[in-house]
Ligand binder design. Structure first.
Ligand code: ASP
Length: 413
């Protein structure tokens, strides 16, 4: 009975996605209706997920660190995670640049005269680093600033470990609050099929025609790269690093991937991603540390999108990117991804920074801004799948480390 219940949610989400696409196509002439009456329900659902993400991330990381009872272990997991994220992101953007250069002949060169685009204030790399550290205990929670929340959770977790016995009563409170919020999250996730339907219908109704238009080739190349990166890079890493078969990995991940596709938000997908990785055998304490970090700093899909868009914009302006410029793009996009929030449309803002770093005209962003949501849905799937792949690999590495430690201890006895 229970088993049947568990199986039905992903199936329902797929049905909702297909129904949403069909409804969106049928409503292409009634976009206003879809946007006014269907989209708000999707927004309510997304808001609920965003609301639960802050207490979940805060409490689950504190609980994770408390249960590790060893600050060294947190450092070891953190180091592996950040290294994995940086390397895969740099690889992703290289794939994006390489493939889009191969296919740039197929891009429709769009008219660039008369374009206007107001770029957002770029944030410098040093400012990004400074912004990781909170100056107030509550503001990060009010603003849902995930990186700062992670820092607070780590520090409080360390505090619990160092205080030990005296912190026991507070530990019980934190653990039981965590249970309560996990339950709240469960209730919200049960609404996913409705949320997915209401999120995807207006997107298809609004953008359906644009996909068939002149941007089809660039969108096709970006999606080709997302899929290539997921199928080749993540499959290989997951297989070699954790022994999980790629088929099983993608099967278990499908609810999170579908949800990311319809919501275009890594942070919103976090609760579902936590559930999916748990089914793949990732320990709670590792998932609740690696995934929130990934939803905030790891954006492989966004990096691919930036590579593809940079080549497309350069082509439209009749500019050939040099090898040096491409290396600069790889570095800028990898570092910039740390400062990007896992919310819809964030990658577009980052694109201006990448274009700026190699002197490409910022107005080029206007060429793709209209259909950004379509790029965004795919890149978010890639972003969250990368986080999950990292969780599986780090989880297996930690298991092996623990096993080695235990064997050493047994030998010493
Ligand atoms: N929407 C993406 C995410 O949440 C970020 C982006 O815009 O690229 O992961």
């Amino acid at each position: 009975m229970n088993e049947k219940k568990k199986l039905s949610l992903p199936v329902l989400i797929v049905i909702a996605l297909v129904a949403g696409i069909v409804c969106g196509l049928l409503m292409m002439n009634h976009v206003e209706f879809a946007v006014t009456y269907i989209k708000p329900f999707g927004t309510i659902f997304l808001n609920l997920l965003k609301f639960v993400v802050v207490p979940i991330v805060l409490l689950s990381i504190i609980c994770g660190v408390m249960s590790m009872e060893d600050i060294k272990k947190v450092g070891s997991i953190g180091g592996k995670t950040v290294l994995f994220y940086m390397c895969t992101t740099a690889f992703a953007i290289s794939i994006g640049l390489l493939i889009s250069n191969l296919f740039k002949g197929s891009f429709t060169v769009l008219e660039t005269s008369g374009l206007e685009y107001e770029a957002a204030e770029p944030v410098s790399f040093m400012d990004t680093i400074v912004n990781i550290f909170p100056s107030n205990a509550f503001a990060p929670m009010v603003e849902a600033n995930m990186l700062q929340i992670i820092v607070i959770a780590l520090l409080v977790g360390f505090g619990f470990v160092l205080v030990g016995e005296k912190a026991a009563p507070a530990k019980v409170v934190i653990e039981s609050l965590n249970e309560v919020f996990v339950k709240v999250m469960d209730m919200i996730i049960k609404l996913s099929p409705i949320g997915v339907f209401c999120l995807i219908t207006p997107v298809v109704a609004e953008n359906g025609a644009a996909v068939i238009g002149s941007l089809a080739a660039v969108i096709g190349v970006a999606y080709g790269c997302y899929i290539l990166h997921m199928v080749v890079v993540y499959s290989t890493l997951v297989k070699i690093g954790s022994g999980i078969s790629p088929l099983k990995f993608f099967k278990e991940m499908s609810p999170a991937m579908i949800f990311a596709f319809s919501s275009a938000s890594s942070v919103g997908t976090l609760p579902i991603n936590l559930e999916c990785t748990e089914k793949l055998g990732v320990h709670k304490e590792i998932g609740s540390f690696v995934l929130p970090l990934g939803a905030t700093i790891n954006m492989d899909g966004t990096a691919i999108y930036q590579g593809v868009s940079a080549v497309f914009i350069a082509t439209c302006f009749g500019i050939d990117l040099t090898f040096g410029q491409m290396v600069t793009i790889v570095l800028t996009a990898t570092l910039a991804s740390i400062g990007t929030a896992g919310v819809p449309g964030a990658g577009l803002v980052m694109l201006t920074m990448v274009l700026q770093s190699v002197g490409l005209p910022l107005e080029g962003v206007a060429l793709i801004a209209g259909v950004d949501r379509i790029f965004d849905m795919g890149r978010t799937v890639c972003n969250i799948t990368g986080d999950a792949a990292c969780a599986c690999v780090v989880n297996a590495m930690e298991d092996r480390r623990e096993a080695r430690k235990a064997a050493k201890a047994a030998k010493a006895e």
